[in-house]
Every structure is written in structure tokens, then in C-alpha cells.
Design a protein around this ligand. Structure first.
Ligand SMILES: [Zn+2]
Ligand SMILES: [Zn+2]
Length: 98
């Protein structure tokens, strides 16, 4: 039975994409029974995300402000021995320096 191009709809972005004969042959030769569920662009971006941490939210660290003592969250790992300030105090600091 000859293969034919299929138009599939991507599960992630909802765009239609073509499952080409070449890709179908590739799938068959690798014993893959199912049609792809994502378009090439979404497949590529998923691969990228697995390597980097593109979609992962940044990890926040809870710190105590060195000035006013309030608990605040910063998106970086606090360095030991270096004071960390809350947003307000940080802004104040900058003004004092400037
Ligand atoms: Zn897609
Ligand atoms: Zn503060």
C-alpha cells in the first residue's frame, strides 16, 4: 500500500501540519505505530525545553532583608556574607549611592 501525505493537527498549538511520506517511512522503519501528535516546530521546542529550562519558572529564594528584616524572595541564590535587600530597601540603597 502506497503511503500518502497526511494532514494532522498539532496537539500543542492546534496548527495543521503535514506528515510527509518520508516521515511516515521513517516512523515505520523505527516501528512507531502512532502518528506524531505535534507539529515539527512544537517538537523542536519541546526538545529545546528538555535541554534547557525554558519553560520552568525561575526558582525563588527566601531571604531576610539586611536592612529592614522583612522576608522577601529573590530570583537568585543569595551569596553568603553579602547583604540582600528587599525591593524597597534595594531601591533606597541605589538612591543613596547615586
Ligand atoms: Zn504545534
Ligand atoms: Zn528591606
Amino acid at each position: 500500500m502506497a503511503l500518502e501525505e497526511k494532514t494532522l493537527r498539532c496537539r500543542d498549538c492546534g496548527q495543521e501540519f503535514v506528515f510527509t511520506v518520508g516521515e511516515q517511512e521513517f516512523y515505520q522503519s523505527h516501528g512507531l505505530q502512532n502518528d506524531p501528535i505535534r507539529c515539527p516546530a512544537c517538537r523542536a521546542s519541546r526538545r529545546r525545553n528538555r535541554n534547557g529550562d525554558g519553560s520552568r519558572p525561575r526558582q525563588m529564594h527566601t531571604v531576610t532583608c539586611a536592612d529592614c528584616g522583612v522576608e522577601t524572595q529573590v530570583p537568585f541564590e543569595p551569596t553568603e556574607g553579602r547583604p540582600v535587600y528587599c525591593r524597597d530597601c534595594y531601591a533606597k540603597q541605589k538612591k543613596t549611592v547615586a
